[in-house]
Each structure stands twice: as C-alpha cells, then as structure tokens.
Design a protein around this ligand. Structure first.
Ligand SMILES: C[S@@+](CC[C@H](N)C(=O)[O-])C[C@H]1O[C@@H](n2cnc3c(N)ncnc32)[C@H](O)[C@@H]1O
Length: 478
C-alpha cells in the first residue's frame, strides 16, 4: 500500500478508497464536541508566534437535516445491535448536539471496523466530554469482548478550577478487532523511578539525571507532557498530540511495514511517527490547512516530497477541480490556493473583518530585515477596481509587493493597471520584481511561481524537530 494523504471528509474517503480488511492499526482523535473553535497559529518571520489566528476547525455539532439523514442511514443499514443502541441514545440524549456528534461518530466507526484487519487494533482518543457515550458506541460496534484498555493520558498543564479537581487527562480506548485472534501487541517497558530502594537488589535499578529507576512494563496510565508553547515539536496546530504518545501506540500495536490509518489526522502526528518507525500510513483530514501542514512536516522532518514519496488525493489537480473546490467552500479554496504559492493564510474571515488581505509571504531583504508581500485570492469575477484596491492595501500595510491570485483570467485594463505600479528592487538579489503580479490558477498549475527572491522567502510554519526513529526493540524512556 502506498503512503497516502487524503484531503476530504473521512466518511466519503473510507467508503471510496479504503478496502475491507486492509489496515493494521487505526488511531483516531476526532473533535470532542467541546464546542470550541481551534485556531491555528502561524509564526512571524522573526520566529515569534503570530497574533493572527485562523480557525482551523470548529468543534460544534448540531442536529441538522444532514444528521437526521445519517441517523436514518444507520437505522436502515447497520447491524441490529448498533441500531438498537442508536435508538436508545436518541431517546435518552434527545435531538441535540451530543446526538449529532454520536451519529457522526457511529457511521464512521462502522466504516473503520470494515477496513480493519482481523489482527488489527483501533485506538479512539477522546476526553471526558463524551468518553462515556463513546465507550458504549465502541462496545456496540467493535464488541465488548474486544475491549482491551482504557488508557489514561495524564499531562500537566497550567490552569485549575477552584470548583473541581484539575482536569488533566484524556482517554484512549483500545480495542482489538478480534480479541481472540493473534492480534499484534508488543508490550514495552518504561523507566519507573524509585521512591525508595527497599526490596530491590542493586542490579534492579539504574540511574539517570532524574534519579534511580528500574524498567517496568507499561501500564494503562501514560504520563507524558502535553505540547507546550515552547515545545520543539510544536507546529501551531491546535490539538497537536505529542509524538511520544503516538510512539507508544504505534510500537505496541503494529510491526514494521504494517498500515496505520488516522482518519482525523490534524497536523499528522501519527503519520510522522508511523513514517519514522517504518510503518505505512494513510492520513485523512477535512481542512486544507492540516493537509498543507503535514506536507510541510514530512518535508521538513524526513525530506519527503508529495507525489514522489507519497500520494496526495483530493486536492484540485486542474482548473476544473479548483473551480469545484471554490464552489464548495471558498475558504478551503483560498487556503489551498495560498498553499500553492507557499503563502501563509491571514485573518479569520469566517469571523467577519475583511482587511483585503488573504495571505502573506515574507522574504529577507537584508540581514534581519523582512519585507512583506500581500496576497489576495479571488474565485469570482474580477475587474480593474480589484487591482486598485490591492494597491491601496499594499500602501496601507507597508508591503512591497502584491500578488493577485485569480481563477478567472484578468482583463486587459487589470493587466495595465498592475504594470503601471512598476517594480520593487531587492537589496539582496539586486533584481527587479513587479510590484503587482497577477497569477491565474491555470498558470500556477502550469508551474508559474510568484516573482520573488524565492531563496530568501520565509517558511510560514514553525520548524519541527527532526525525528530520529527509535528502533522497535528500544525501551521507552519518557
Ligand atoms: C483533534 S484534531 C486531530 C489532531 C491530531 N491528532 C494531531 O496530533 O495533530 C481533529 C482533526 O479532525 C479533522 N476533521 C474533523 N472532521 C473531519 C472529517 N469529517 N473528516 C476528516 N477530518 C476531519 C479536523 O480538521 C482536525 O484537524
């Protein structure tokens, strides 16, 4: 199986692309119905996190006609036990956000069961908001007898309430597809620090900076720090999980060469870990910001190139595909178009304010001096007034170049207006770059790049640490 990144809704992708009994390990970390918006953070050229945030995904579910349709489909097609459970949920929970969430999860869990091999395992990551309901769902879909562990991931982050105990754990349900089969499970050891030496022989323990420890088998409580603001792994993607957490799961429940599937893969933690441990992988995410970040992560960490080293499916591949994406969701279209020219998205337009800026590119023009390029993306009709607007925005924002990215071809007056703005001369390359550049999506597909000192452009993402894969038989030490 080829390593593949899918951009789209995992239900559709599972149904159309993933064969029965084809996957060895599934890890899923779906949104939890926390009613939060999750913002992605980009960084400024200086390395500082940017104040501009973009909602990467929303974690709010409502009972809509779509939810009702999905529920009806479950009633029509799912095994009797699942139907009974969903009917009971509907009665008990009512037609509200929680029921919408459980319906969305139920139909996907049924597909995940179909694609999982008999010797495979599934890990569902959730938190106490919905874990009690999800365990019932998992028992119903995967079978109570196949339940293996409720793993508690305990982390220490700031912030406690005075009204209850600090909530510092997530829950990961581990089910084997067939508990009585020869499912893969490699039990590993971790360092266990001694509180006292009584009862231990000297040869039982070793010592490191933190104290004396012995190696003991992993239990169902994982104590692993969450990704903090200064963490080297941090990519700015909300809900990013630590690699060491995924390492435990991937090492325990798969072998080298096995296929790991993450249908809600976010910024691709499970993908990066699978790659580092020589597993094959399939990642799916519905937001293009996540897909682009994973591509960047794979390049930065492993020097992998899309299409050469792994497949990417679901992104527009031609003008018709780009038009289709623009008609489905103009924000996703915008994020995709920006990714095609390595620009950083800007501003949360979903939240209102239109600043006339869709994205930025920064480049270095002298040592420690950065220049700003403003990008506008248009999916509809364009006219000469749009170019004049872009000129105003550039002046207002103290930028040096404006890129106008458009699905439609520009008119002659637009081309003339852009040309009239003249050139910017780079201090480093000493070359002239047109101050206003019009790029059509069609030309971008044909390989056209913005006229910029490309080698001095700054990556929009925080740099992830290069992973040095640990060997399968190495002990855990965190
Ligand atoms: C909690 S995050 C996953 C974070 C991930 N474990 C990591 O370490 O980065 C959930 C992800 O699910 C994605 N998502 C939500 N609904 C989806 C769907 N129907 N199909 C595919 N992805 C979806 C969101 O875009 C988001 O990136």
């Amino acid at each position: 199986m080829e390593n593949t990144l899918y951009y789209g809704d995992n239900l559709e992708i599972l149904r159309n692309h993933i064969a029965d009994n084809s996957v060895d390990l599934i890890y899923l970390d779906p949104p939890f119905n926390s009613k939060a918006d999750y913002n992605i953070l980009f960084k400024e050229p200086t390395g500082e996190p940017s104040k501009a945030q973009i909602t990467a995904f929303e974690d709010t579910w409502h009972w809509t006609i779509e939810a009702e349709r999905t529920y009806q489909e479950i009633i029509r097609t799912a095994p009797a036990s699942v139907v009974e459970m969903m009917r009971a949920f509907r009665q008990f929970v009512g037609l509200n956000d929680v029921m919408a969430y459980l319906t969305m999860m139920c139909i996907r869990l049924i597909e995940l069961k179909r694609v999982l091999k008999d010797t495979g395992s599934i890990y569902l990551h959730c938190d106490p908001t919905a874990s009690h309901y999800l365990k019932i769902l998992m028992d119903t879909v995967f079978g109570k007898k196949n339940f293996r562990n409720e793993i508690i991931w305990h982390y220490k982050t700031g912030g406690v309430s005075k009204r209850w105990f600090g909530r510092k754990h997530d829950i990961i349900f581990f089910y084997a597809r067939k508990g009585d089969s020869d499912y893969v499970f490699n039990l590993h050891k971790e360092k266990s620090y001694m509180m006292h030496k009584y009862g231990f022989k000297k040869s039982d323990f070793q010592e490191d900076d933190l104290g004396q420890y012995s190696m003991t088998y992993l239990k169902d409580v994982f104590i692993i720090p969450a990704i903090g603001s200064a963490d080297k792994q941090r990519l700015g993607y909300p809900t990013q999980k630590p690699e060491s957490l995924l390492e435990r799961i991937v090492k325990a429940s798969s072998k080298e060469g096995d296929a790991v599937l993450d249908p809600f893969c976010g910024c691709g933690t499970s993908i990066a870990v699978a790659q580092g441990l020589n597993r094959n992988w399939i990642g799916i995410d519905i937001t293009h910001l996540a897909i682009n970040l994973i591509k960047w992560r794979l390049k930065n960490t492993f020097e992998l190139e899309p299409k050469r080293d792994y497949d990417v499916i679901g992104e527009p591949e031609d003008l018709a595909g780009a038009k289709e994406l623009a008609s489905q969701d103009r924000f996703q279209f915008q994020w995709w178009a920006l990714s095609m020219i390595d620009a950083r998205p800007y501003g949360d337009k979903k939240k209102g304010a239109d600043t006339g800026i869709d994205g930025f590119i920064y480049f270095m023009d002298r040592k420690n001096e950065y220049k700003k390029v403003i990008v506008q993306v248009k999916s509809g009709k364009t006219q000469v007034g749009d170019i004049r607007d872009l000129c105003h925005v550039i002046d207002r924002e103290d930028a040096v170049i404006g890129l106008f990215v458009t699905l439609e071809n520009p008119t002659q007056p637009m081309i003339e207006e852009a040309a009239a703005k003249g050139f910017y001369k780079s201090n480093i390359t000493k070359k002239d770059y047109p101050k206003i550049q019009i790029l059509t999506i069609d030309n971008i597909f044909k390989g056209k790049k913005p006229g910029l000192p490309q080698q001095f452009c700054i990556s929009p993402y925080e740099k992830a640490e290069r992973v040095v894969p640990k060997k399968q038989n190495e002990m855990f030490d965190n």
